[in-house]
Design a protein around this ligand. Structure first.
Ligand SMILES: Cc1cc2nc3c(=O)[nH]c(=O)nc-3n(C[C@H](O)[C@H](O)[C@H](O)COP(=O)(O)OP(=O)(O)OC[C@H]3O[C@@H](n4cnc5c(N)ncnc54)[C@H](O)[C@@H]3O)c2cc1C
Length: 299
């Protein structure tokens, strides 16, 4: 009989001492070594027999990996191994990037959020990652360290496919940099799961809106979707519609229709593609309406 969860295979554990050591291990053993922070993705994949690395390298204790720094002139610097709870509760995040705190807070349960890291959520490159749409609309950069030193990868170039990211051989994520946000912006992350808490997103929608006199509507919106395409995506056509004409109920509806059209979900055990598409439209409409109400209140 094939067990659904064959059990965790044995493996060696290395607590990394330096970034250079990690790069060296990744280059020398590209198939046998995997990185690990909270372990809430990789240990499950190993338990289920999907991965069988010989060695897990724990990188969360490296300097800066759990640091959260906010500079009012630059923005937010988030160590890759910062836990979801640390992000959701950090004062600078709550005050300046509430959308990110909201997204982090939707991940699983409180207990899991103590282990699960924002960096791990992004590196796992699941289309359903809850922090990915927030990272996309916040136009963050992922900072990788590798054989040639540090490089910055814009969030929109990071996700290449299910489980596939833009890292080169030997690279690891050290930080997520989020720029200062446009003045007067408001955001929302809405997630639909099979139950009220603790489930992966069937659909996730992040919206960020802000005044911008350079566009016809006087407002710019950024819209990103999770769990409805091979990668988390920006709904660019919806954004274009919202910039191009006065914001009315009809404009919000047209943009929500465009977000639905951008979605290319699959049928799986958790939901049908058709249902997911309809839910993209509904959640986008709701998120846009809520953000628009907040913007109007101030202008
Ligand atoms: C019960 C349960 C419920 C969950 N619910 C949700 C949910 O609601 N929403 C959601 O989005 N996710 C959910 N997840 C998935 C998971 O918890 C998150 O994706 C989490 O944020 C992963 O972070 P981690 O630190 O545990 O990652 P890890 O498992 O440590 O690593 C994840 C991946 O990234 C790689 N990696 C680790 N560190 C680095 C690094 N520094 N550089 C490059 N690669 C690296 C690892 O090799 C692995 O492939 C759930 C998981 C479980 C078990």
């Amino acid at each position: 009989m094939n067990l659904p969860h064959p059990g965790l295979p044995s493996f060696d554990y290395i607590r990394a001492q330096t970034l250079e050591q990690v790069v060296d291990l990744l280059l020398k053993h590209p198939t046998d070594v995997r990185l690990f922070m909270g372990g809430t993705d990789i240990l499950v994949q190993m338990r289920d027999g999907l991965l069988e690395p010989k060695t897990l390298v724990d990188v969360k204790h490296l300097p800066g990996m759990t640091t959260i720094e906010f500079d009012p002139d630059v923005g937010l610097r988030l160590g890759a191994a910062t836990s979801m709870n640390a992000v959701a509760q950090h004062q600078a995040v709550v005050e300046n990037y509430p959308l990110l705190a909201e997204a982090a807070n939707t991940v699983a349960s409180y207990q899991l959020r103590n282990r699960a890291t924002v960096g791990g959520n992004l590196c796992n490159a699941s289309p359903a990652a809850d922090t990915a749409p927030a990272i996309l609309v916040l136009e963050a950069s992922l900072i990788a360290f590798g054989p040639s030193g540090e490089r910055s990868i814009p969030a929109e170039k990071f996700f290449l496919g299910p489980g596939e990211s833009a890292f080169n051989q030997g690279e690891l994520l050290t930080r997520i940099d989020i720029p200062l946000l446009p003045k007067g912006c408001h955001g929302r992350y809405l997630k639909l799961g099979r139950n009220a808490g603790g489930d992966l997103a069937l659909v996730g929608v992040a919206v960020l809106g802000y005044p911008d006199e350079t566009v016809d509507s006087d407002y710019r919106f950024r819209v990103a979707l999770a769990s409805v395409a091979p990668t988390p995506i920006r709904a660019l056509k919806a954004e274009e519609i919202l910039a191009g004409k006065s914001i009315t109920d009809e404009t919000l509806q047209q943009a929500s229709d465009a977000a639905m059209d951008a979605a290319e979900p699959i049928d799986d055990v958790r939901a049908s593609a058709r249902y997911r598409k309809a839910m993209v439209r509904a959640l986008t409409r709701r998120a846009l309406s809520e953000v628009w109400a907040m913007l109007r209140e101030e202008n």
